[in-house]
Write a protein that binds this ligand. Structure first.
Ligand SMILES: [Cu+2]
Length: 794
């Protein structure tokens, strides 16, 4: 009698919105072995069972899923993916999911699928890892905003380790948080487009490299700063900027770190590799030469400490941190200015570069600054973004598998040979595994830089770039004042900065090789794959050797410009996005613990409701390239102003190190960042075992590539590289000046037209070096290019 009464109490007896789940406690039997509206789901090589058991949290039934043997994959009881059973959802809204569970394995997570109104059912995301619990425990997590085009979701608890999990009493409720009206605190124009300020104090060095450190300061590195006279004088510089008080401090710099690689190590030190051993010879026979040297920069002492050398020189190397904290680096030029074909690995555990025989080698030449982005299963995605000349042979983009030691092309990147100084980013959130590549040009052929936006979803079995919208157009200055861009005019040297509201800020750039700045900025919204054009533009040109990066206060800082006439722009500008002009910001009032481990739940308190929180890896950017830049969503479990943040269990999604933690409200207004350090030896040790034995919950993806891996290459020392790779004709001008080897197409191939272009671009007096005059700039042969006698009609 009593029992019957209890059972008849409706689940919605607790106050609040209705539970959207059908048969939430497995009490109603289905037509097969599973309860009504629940299905057996999962994949991979494992032995498992699904049982309806009497060990219930409430009622008389619960669901037990067991794994007795696992090589890979998972098993889960999933809400049946059909119209009758799967809850209906509304795009943009958020939902609170909860359940009661017991488990014997830590490898358990809440997994969501969504039905796209055009593409059908697909994996969405994993939100929360469940701790082992002998008795019934409650797990609750809030979904991110439901993506556009979604009409249903289904979810369940994935078991991906040997053991069992018993679950009961699932609840799904729509979240209703009243959103306050934003209040514009700037001019109406600023509130729509944001605002740029040029700082009163200039950057003291010709910085080509910018690194945001975990104390909130910014390290900028010049080395010789692309100025041969500074190189000859042995004047190498760096500086540290403190955004708190606006001061710069110059730092003694041991070698010429001009065009080095850099990445944050897990302990917050900055690893810097290679740099410039020598400038090209005046006779044009030897190109730039790469250093083998490597250093770590310590943010506490603000000094450089030498590590062991790399195996070879790598002028313009990539640098990607892996899930176990190691760093892998490719490409660039060797000490003899040939192309380096060896992969280099910095061991975090041994604090040194490994000898070549301890690093897998494909003997591939990846070019200069190849953008290598860590995928969630530990492989690397080469996006096709690079510096100088053409892309790699083949499709220009590929997946590199370190463990299998293979490189496999992926299709779809447009104009792969015009991606010199394009930008690539892993789109927010990292969990979505989508990469955006924008713009680019080619310093050898010097076309008009393009407007291409290409996007790839690496969760697809056979991923391919698809077309995104063209980059919005702004104004361009070709030396005769600004005019609107037209036709196919886009930009190279473009910066792409991940913002805390989940959008990508795209800014700066130029139309041609080291010339013709473009004034245009827009937001790319990964939720809709569209641009919001027409933002305020940086008043300072930002072309070659410029960088933009996110500051911990949510603003964006831009430095540098190094046009072909050899000058360097020392003005620093800072962008205040509209989200900082919408009224009070949410505040993170406490972070219980600043040391985070994978799979953790971390509590913070906030001063008012937030809609999302995330970790953003601080920038380490050069040449439009920061392959480590990422935005890792932290699904919330909300209890008033106490918010539990659910940290991914997968180190490949968020490699170890310091991150900026942002809390963001429903209007997209971010808090100031708190710094937290993500690590955890256990998960990282497992991730270093390679992607073939992932312990973290990694869905199979990019596992059915259409192309076969590239043919194995033979061991080799290097590849030849044109000494004129930087695109400068060394017959003209002093060392710092770069007369383009190929003028823009719009410049007629005449002495007069070329000289007019050089004058329009402020090249000044140019001497002719040696007896040759390949560009015909000195017909009167007086040793001065574009002199009076050269321009006289004859
Ligand atoms: Cu450079």
């Amino acid at each position: 009698m009593t029992t019957a009464l209890l059972v008849s109490v409706p689940q919605s007896a607790q106050a609040g919105p209705p539970n959207l789940i059908s048969n939430p406690g497995f009490e109603t039997a289905g037509t097969g072995t599973m309860p009504a509206c629940w299905s057996q789901s999962g994949w991979g090589d494992n032995d498992y069972s699904f049982q309806t058991v009497a060990d219930a949290h409430s009622g008389t039934k619960a669901m037990k899923v067991s794994l007795t043997r696992r090589v890979d994959g998972d098993r889960k009881a999933l809400i049946t993916e059909n119209t009758a059973c799967a809850p209906t959802v509304v795009p943009e809204r958020q939902y609170d999911l909860s359940l009661w569970y017991k488990s014997t394995t830590p490898d358990v997570s809440v997994t969501l699928f969504r039905r796209d109104t055009t593409a059908g059912w697909q994996y969405w995301t994993d939100l929360k890892t469940l701790e082992v619990s002998a008795g019934y425990a409650r797990a609750e997590v809030r979904t991110p905003a439901v993506p556009p085009g979604t009409d249903k979701i289904a979810w369940g608890v994935s078991v991906y380790g040997t053991g069992s999990v018993t679950t009961d009493d699932y609840v799904m409720e729509e979240v209703s948080v009243p959103t306050p009206e934003p209040q514009c605190t700037g001019t109406p124009e600023e509130c729509l487009k944001g605002r740029w300020d040029v700082l009163p104090v200039q950057n003291p060095v010709r910085s080509m490299h910018s690194v945001v450190m975990h104390n909130g300061k910014v390290l900028v590195i010049a080395g010789s700063g692309n100025d041969e006279s500074l190189f000859e004088a042995g004047t190498f510089t760096s500086a540290v900027y403190d955004p708190e008080d606006g001061t710069w401090r110059t730092i003694p710099t041991p070698v010429d770190m001009f065009c080095a690689g850099h990445v944050q190590l897990q302990d917050g030190r900055i690893l810097i590799m290679s740099g410039n051993k020598g400038y090209p010879s005046a006779d044009g026979t030897i190109g730039y030469q790469g250093l083998k040297d490597s250093f770590v920069f310590d943010p506490e002492t603000e000094s450089y400490i030498r590590t062991n050398d790399m195996n070879g020189g790598h002028w313009y190397p990539s640098a990607t941190i892996l899930g176990n904290g190691d760093v892998i680096s490719f490409g660039g030029l060797k000490e003899d200015s040939t192309g380096n074909v060896t992969a280099e690995k910095f061991s975090a555990a041994q604090n040194k570069w490994l000898p070549m025989n301890e690093v897998n080698q494909t003997w591939s030449y990846w070019g200069l600054y190849p953008a290598m982005i860590l995928m969630q299963d530990g492989r690397l995605f080469y996006s096709g973004s690079h510096t100088f000349g053409n892309g790699t042979p083949g499709t220009g983009a590929s997946i590199y598998d370190y463990d299998a030691n293979t490189v496999t092309d992926v299709p779809g990147l447009r104009a792969k040979d015009e991606r010199d100084e394009s930008a690539s980013v892993l789109l927010p959130p990292a969990q979505d595994q989508r990469v955006l590549t924008i713009g680019g040009g080619n310093n050898e052929t010097n076309p008009v830089a393009n407007r291409f936006t290409d996007i790839i979803d690496l969760k697809q079995p056979n991923p391919a770039y698809v077309h995104g919208p063209p980059i919005p157009q702004g104004e361009v200055d070709q030396g005769q004042g600004r005019r609107p861009q037209t036709g196919a005019e886009g930009k190279m040297y473009v910066s792409a900065v991940l913002l805390p509201d989940g959008k990508v800020f795209e800014t700066g750039g130029a139309l041609h090789d080291r010339a013709d700045p473009v004034y245009e900025a827009s937001f790319f919204d990964p939720a809709t794959d569209t641009y919001e054009p027409g933002l305020a533009t940086d008043p300072i040109p930002r072309g070659y050797h410029s960088s933009s990066f996110l500051l911990p206060d949510g603003r964006v800082m831009s430095v540098g410009d190094n046009p072909g006439n050899g000058t360097y722009n020392h003005n620093v500008s800072v962008y205040t996005p509209p989200y900082l002009l919408k009224g009070p910001r949410p505040r993170i009032t406490s972070v219980i613990d600043g040391e985070w481990t994978y799979g953790d739940t971390q509590r913070i308190t906030v001063d008012r409701p937030i809609a999302k929180a995330e970790l953003i890896r601080p920038a380490a950017v050069t040449h439009s390239s920061d392959p480590n830049q990422r935005f890792v969503d932290l699904p919330l479990s909300v209890d008033g102003n106490n918010v539990d943040l659910n940290v991914t269990s997968n180190p490949n999604l968020a490699p170890p190190g310091w991150y900026m933690l942002f809390a963001v409200d429903a209007n997209g207004i971010p808090s100031v960042a708190e710094w937290v350090r993500l690590g955890g030896p256990a998960a990282m040790a497992r991730s270093s075992a390679g992607h073939h034995a992932p312990s973290a919950h990694v869905h199979e993806f990019a596992d059915d590539l259409a192309k076969a891996p590239r043919k194995k290459l033979k061991k080799r020392d290097s590849v030849p590289v044109d000494p004129a790779i930087a695109g400068c004709d060394r017959h003209y001008g002093s060392a710092g000046v770069c007369v383009p080897t190929v003028f823009p197409e719009s410049v007629k191939p005449t002495t007069a037209a070329r000289c007019r272009w050089l004058a329009d671009h402020d090249y000044g007096r140019l001497r002719v070096n040696g007896g040759d005059d390949p560009l015909r700039l000195d017909p009167d042969r007086d040793g001065t290019a574009c002199g009076k006698g050269d321009l006289r009609r004859r």
